[in-house]
Write a protein that binds this ligand. Structure first.
Ligand code: URP
Ligand code: ZN
Ligand code: ZN
Length: 484
């Protein structure tokens, strides 16, 4: 099937120009001015609109077992919601139970993701360390096309890994040409603060925020950066939420370390005041880790996106219904952690970023698709309007409006943390590998339309990046990580 997008302005991360885009099959065949429509081609009028790469959300948790329950959006509802908001690829976290084989977890996730309506990939989580994990990491990279491994420095007693495990795994990543990701919060300190709060009778959702101050995130971010540096691995810090963690990343980058930071749209727009609500449901629906911060932290995150010290805006879409949140009615430690945002990330970021003058439209493309495509080694197949690239495209109306409301959303949950926000800037058309997935309010994508996207490993030069005595990096890389 062929499509011609006519009359729009093509926006990439590095330039914009007036051009038509011809799509043949899954990919972009031509970009140029005044392309004649071949016979039988469907023409999409993009007059007054921008034609941009579809968004990539590199941080989702679809149908994920977590904290005694399972996230409410599965690969079908989650990716459909994504497409309506202009996101054409998600990267989800494949999470083995501690001790479970990564290969078995991968098979579970492949089964669940058969329902995906958009393209998708996985990060693999390292939730324990053993000879089996060491061996399976190679299969994950070489056979499954996964070049990223996630490490939780929080969730003590569940997913958390300790420093020796981080070091072993990061070194293994460096050897395999893979990149470690971290959830950076000091889980030991969080657990201690939680106990102290409960002992003092603080059991409500506000206790969640009190037990996870910026310091626990800053400490863990600094620690992960240093451990990665000692192994020669690059590092990607997920859901960077505070000034101190952002500064640690900026400092690392300024000293030559290959470290990336990912703020969430929630942390950019919502603040800690949400937890002071007298309405338990309201506050609990916003319980996530790290928690929302105050305005000074938000300003720092925006500055990071503007200056390039933070590279990606994600959602960490981990949606629980109000009923699921109520598992923690008596004890905030039991409230399932997570919020949604997959459907709204792009319009919200345009509204608060581009429409306010904080970001250019090219920077918007950088932080919603191009940067993460490069970081994940799938650029320019994804993240670019370029000949030969997958035709994952959005036709973006910068003056279109959308009022966010749970009543109209595609996510399965019964509320929206952005309820009442009005967005200026919306996708009028979303194409997923050349197929119309969303057009003028009509969702056309169906379950199973999405494809699994393999990501090749990075070159050894890319990962051998230690600034800690340059000579030690090759040693760590040669060792291939520490065998148990
Ligand atoms: O609260 C959060 N962020 N839930 C999802 C799991 C995680 O930590 O990313
Ligand atoms: Zn996390
Ligand atoms: Zn997450």
């Amino acid at each position: 099937m062929s499509l011609l997008i006519r009359g729009g302005t093509v926006v990439n991360h590095d330039h914009s120009r007036r051009a038509d885009v011809l799509i043949e099959g899954d990919t972009i065949a031509r970009i140029g001015t005044a392309i004649d429509a071949p016979a039988g081609v469907e023409v999409i009028d993009a007059g007054g609109c921008y034609v941009m790469p579809g968004g990539i959300d590199p941080h989702t948790h679809l149908e994920m077992p977590f904290m005694g329950t399972v996230t409410a959006d599965d690969f079908e509802s989650g990716t459909k919601a994504a497409l309506t908001g202009g996101t054409t690829m998600v990267v989800d976290f494949c999470l083995p139970d501690p001790g479970q084989s990564m290969l078995a977890a991968y098979q579970d996730w492949r089964r669940k993701s058969e329902r995906a309506a958009s393209d998708y990939g996985f990060h693999m989580a390292v939730t324990s360390w053993s000879k089996q994990v060491f061996d399976e990491m190679e299969i994950v990279v070489k056979t499954y096309g996964i070049n990223t491994f996630k490490h939780f420095m929080a969730y003590k007693g569940a997913l958390m890994v300790n420093d020796d495990e981080l070091y072993n795994s990061f070194a293994r990543c460096a050897h395999l040409g893979a990149m470690p990701l971290v959830h950076a919060e000091n889980g030991d300190v969080v657990a201690r603060m939680q106990e102290a709060l409960i002992a003092r009778g603080v059991c409500g959702p506000e206790g969640h925020a009190y037990s996870r101050p910026p310091e626990v995130e800053a400490e863990a971010t600094n620690r992960a950066i240093m451990i990665a540096d000692m192994t020669g691995a690059p590092l990607y810090v997920v859901h960077t939420s505070c000034r101190e963690a952002h500064e640690a990343i900026a400092r690392a980058r300024a000293s030559g370390k290959r470290v990336y930071g990912e703020p969430l749209i929630q942390h950019l727009l919502l603040d800690a005041g949400e937890y002071e609500s007298r309405d338990w449901d309201h506050a609990a629906r916003r319980v996530m880790s790290p928690p929302f911060r105050d305005k000074a932290h938000q300003n720092s995150l925006w500055a990071g996106l503007q200056s390039g010290s933070l590279q990606v805006v994600a959602t960490d879409h981990c949606a629980f219904t109000t009923e699921q949140k109520r598992i923690g009615l008596e004890d905030f430690r039991k409230i399932p952690n997570g919020t949604g945002g997959l459907e709204d990330r792009m319009p919200l970021l345009w509204t608060a970023g581009v429409a306010t003058g904080r970001l250019t439209k090219e920077e918007f493309v950088a932080v919603t698709s191009a940067n993460i495509a490069r970081i994940l080694n799938i650029y320019p197949r994804k993240g670019a309007v370029a000949i030969g690239a997958d035709a994952d495209l959005i036709v973006w109306d910068p003056s279109g409006h959308k009022a966010i409301s749970a009543k109209r959303q595609h996510s399965r949950i019964d509320y929206n943390v952005f309820e009442g926000f009005t967005c200026t800037g919306v996708p009028v058309v979303t194409l997923s590998r050349g197929r119309i997935a969303w057009k003028d309010g009509d969702l056309r994508a169906d379950k199973g339309d999405g494809q699994y996207i393999e990501r090749p490993p990075f070159s050894p030069i890319h990962v051998a990046n230690s600034t800690w005595k340059q000579q030690t990096a090759p040693i760590a890389v040669q060792r291939g990580g520490i065998t148990p």
